[in-house]
Design a protein around this ligand. Structure first.
Ligand SMILES: [Zn+2]
Length: 294
């Protein structure tokens, strides 16, 4: 089967070099080609992928040869050089996701993905959920913060960190898992959107992958001193509650570079680093990007 070859050989990327399989000009050329011929049909193609489709997890891959558009469940997925791509799955995604490549001859290649279910840590609390509902005064401060966060996360910097295996920002006791949730007398509270690391106040943390700083702000009402780093292709990291930020908006950072000091600014009961990862609208589990601490 030419499955793997189809993903690797012919894809786009390098415009100057003719595709190796392009037919040499030969004697058969002039006879059969109609003037307004449809594009020549592409050979059958398939996706190559690495990673595991699971809730909070990711897949990297290469689209079939000739892919000009890629979509996951109908939403566009950015395409990198040579048809490379990243997709990821929200904490509550599944059980099936569908990847569709549209190729330059109009043909489509569809790849259904089984998204495996995770067992999140659920805690049942025998108490009513605290009434939510923000006051008007709070929202007057909060809305501009939310707008700035959304704008930062929408920035496309061309960063390439999405290709890397992520490292831990800081190796420390995990004081809160991604996806964990409290249920108050049957009423679910919001789940934990990141992972909490507790190395102690003032500990240095580093960038888990290459990227560009798209937000570096002080004193946000919940996040405190907040850093957001774009890793490219719609993938970004947020770091909350810092004591000090060591980088500023627009800085390019490399994997392992110190970017902040752990603190308890904003709404935090003790010093810790809350690290959250998002791909487009999907909230992801940082543990699945780093692997366990050794
Ligand atoms: Zn947290």
């Amino acid at each position: 089967m030419p499955l793997v070859l189809a993903g690797v050989v012919g894809a786009v990327g390098c415009t100057a070099v003719p595709a190796p399989e392009a037919p040499a000009p030969g004697p058969r050329a002039e006879v059969t080609v109609p003037t307004n011929a449809a594009p020549r049909a592409l050979p059958p193609g398939s996706f190559t992928t690495a990673g595991e489709p699971t809730q909070g997890g990711w897949l990297r891959g290469t689209a079939p040869v000739g892919t000009v558009q890629l979509a996951l469940d109908g939403k566009p997925v950015p395409l990198g050089a040579n048809g490379s791509f990243l997709i990821a799955f929200d904490r509550d995604a599944g059980p099936v996701a569908t990847l569709v490549a549209t190729r330059n001859d109009g043909s489509r290649v569809t790849q259904p993905l089984q998204v495996s279910k995770r067992a999140w840590r659920i805690e049942h609390i025998n108490a009513p959920r605290r009434p939510g509902g923000a006051t008007e005064d709070f929202m007057a401060i909060r809305q501009p913060e939310l707008d700035a966060i959304a704008a930062a996360r929408a920035e496309d910097t061309g960063a390439q960190g999405w290709r890397q295996k992520f490292v831990w920002p800081v190796k420390a006791r995990i004081s809160g898992l991604f996806g964990s949730q409290r249920i108050y007398r049957g009423e679910p509270g919001a789940y934990h959107s990141g992972i909490d690391l507790a190395p102690g106040a003032g500990a240095t943390y580093v960038s888990p992958a290459d990227g560009v700083v798209v937000l570096a702000v002080q004193g946000y009402s919940l996040e405190g001193n907040l850093l957001i780093i774009d890793h490219g292709m719609g993938l970004n990291s947020a770091f909350l509650h810092s004591q000090t930020l060591l980088v500023k908006k627009g800085d390019r950072v490399t994997q392992g570079q110190p970017i902040g000091l752990v603190g308890m600014s904003g709404r935090a009961t003790g010093p810790h680093l809350h690290w959250s990862l998002k791909w487009q609208d999907a909230r992801l589990d940082p543990l699945l990007f780093t692997g366990p601490q050794d």
